[in-house]
Design a protein around this ligand. Structure first.
Ligand SMILES: Cc1ncc(COP(=O)(O)O)c(C=O)c1O
Length: 444
């Protein structure tokens, strides 16, 4: 039965996306795996997209797919938002990049500092990975201590220091062993483990780096009071607190730190704040960030980059953020709640004990039969069901991230969510015979 369902889903996929397969066969000659980010690859071959429009993307076959990936969360207003396009077009006609500070940098940095409580001063760079790299360097330079503490299952990009300790990323070949020497890891949502580790290492520990809620780890939310306790403990032991809000920022105009009212010493943001163009930001308390300030010290810490503060990105980011105001956040978060409520309903109607982890405009389905409160539980989600659901949804015109992480945009309507829920419902019904045979622990 399992093989039959699997074969059918794979056959429909291959039949529906023949041009994607042709392009994949060509691309694989030049790009290993035919995908330039590991996440974009899946079997039997990845989807190719020619263009996007609002909530939809279009494949080379001309199929219109509802895009619930939103470029891994970089798009908050969907594809080709007219205000962002207009800002980019108007800007780029005059020039795309200058080797000086600009008005566009002033506008975006001011807006971010006004909104995000932990950002008193900031610096721009080009990706989230770069942002966490620099924030950690800042913490070490400022405290003159080397150790960092992170959460198991936390994701902070792909540079050596954080990738070495990302247990989920089991393939760590190429990362020097020494990288983990100064890294301590504790389980997320375990305040006792954190307090003990901070206490034992306080004299060498520069910073606690964490996502306020785990994003890539499975949309795992903090237990009540957890973030506030971490703030108290880090203050008590004189260790910096760093919130990596590259993923979590979009749940509130001021990021998750504003939502939970816990203000860290250092903050990184990225993704949506570039309006869909590449960006990263690191920043924090003025006193800390002043180590980069030429007017504050004769030996400022060095931070440079050819594309830092890229003019077009600044213009796109400002246009995107200006309209991502409190009303927009409220609206998209309500749609997220609506999606979550309807998913819970169809899980029950199908007799399934599976989970929907949700905050704001993010939602992650887990094929796990208990509440998913840790990344370890999220990793128990049944791989086969995840990958079959992903392909089957593509066959039905829905483009998702393979591990069932769904990311909304402000363009999405309740009607579109109804359609999405119906397609997920149809897919669960399609998989039900397999679940009844092989995954009975997921039945109510
Ligand atoms: C919390 C977090 N930090 C850092 C990163 C890395 O950002 P980028 O992909 O822009 O390098 C990500 C990306 O998903 C992320 O979710």
């Amino acid at each position: 039965m399992g093989e039959e369902i699997k074969d059918r889903i794979f056959d429909i996929y291959k039949e529906k996306f023949p041009v994607c397969k042709e392009r994949h066969n060509e691309l694989v000659k030049y790009i290993p795996g035919g995908a330039t980010r590991s996440l974009s690859y899946f079997k039997p071959f990845p989807i190719h997209i020619d263009y996007g429009e609002g909530s939809y993307v279009f494949t080379p076959e001309g199929h219109k797919l509802f895009d619930i990936t939103n470029a891994y969360g970089a798009l908050i207003h969907g594809h080709g938002d007219p205000d962002i396009v207009a800002a980019v077009q108007a800007g780029i006609e005059k020039g795309s990049q200058y080797s000086t500070p600009t008005m566009a940098q002033l506008k975006l940095s001011k807006l971010l500092c006004e909104r995000v409580p932990g950002l008193e001063k900031l610096r721009f760079l080009n990706s989230g990975t770069e942002a966490t790299l620099y924030a950690l360097r800042t913490a070490r330079a400022y405290t003159k201590k080397d150790k960092i503490l992170k959460m198991v299952g936390g994701f902070h990009g792909t540079h050596d220091c954080v990738a070495a300790s990302t247990k989920k990323n089991v393939i760590t070949a190429g990362i020097p062993k020494g990288m983990t020497e100064d890294v301590i890891e504790v389980p997320y949502n375990d305040i006792e483990a954190l307090e003990q580790a901070v206490k034992e290492n306080a004299s060498e520990l520069a910073v606690v780096i964490m996502e306020p809620f785990l994003g890539a780890g499975g949309v795992i939310l903090p237990k009540k009071g957890y973030l506030k306790s971490i703030r108290e403990i880090t203050e008590k032991y004189n260790v910096l607190l760093f919130f990596d809000e590259i993923f979590s920022f979009r749940v509130h105009t001021g990021g998750c730190q504003a939502l939970y009212n816990v203000i860290p010493d250092l903050t990184t943001v990225g993704k949506v704040i570039g309006g869909g163009l590449p960006i990263g930001v690191f920043g924090g308390k003025e006193e800390i960030m002043n180590i980069y300030c030429h007017e504050h010290t004769d030996t400022p810490l060095y931070h440079s980059g050819t594309f830092n503060g890229y003019e077009t990105v600044m213009q796109a980011g400002y246009a995107a953020l200006k309209k991502f105001d409190a009303d927009a956040v409220d609206k998209i978060n309500k749609i997220g709640q609506y999606f979550h409520d309807n998913l819970e309903r169809i899980f029950k109607e199908n007799g399934l004990n599976i989970q929907s982890n949700h905050i704001g405009s993010y939602l992650n389905i887990h094929f796990v039969n208990e509440k998913v409160t840790t990344p370890e539980l999220a990793m128990k989600s049944e791989e086969e069901l995840l990958s079959l659901m992903h392909l089957s949804l593509l066959n039905k015109g829905i483009f998702t991230i393979p591990r069932a992480l769904y990311i909304l945009s402000c363009k999405m309507t309740e009607k579109e969510i109804d359609n999405l829920v119906n397609k997920i419902d149809e897919t669960l019904k399609e998989l039900l015979p397999l679940i009844e045979k092989k995954y009975t622990h997921l039945l109510l």
